[in-house]
Design a protein. Sequence first.
Length: 59
Amino acid sequence: MRTFNRPSDYLDAAREMADSGRPALARLLAEEAAERTPDPQDKARILADFPGHSLRQEG
């Protein structure tokens, strides 16, 4: 069973989704990883690796 406790967990899952042809899910996972990453440069790098507009729907 996979756990999501660290940004790297989300990034690993994002890469898997991108590799399996699921770019929207990959972007959502990357956004979550970026949100949980304290360093602004790392956040920017993560989002640059998974380009696109935010798909989050915050309510």
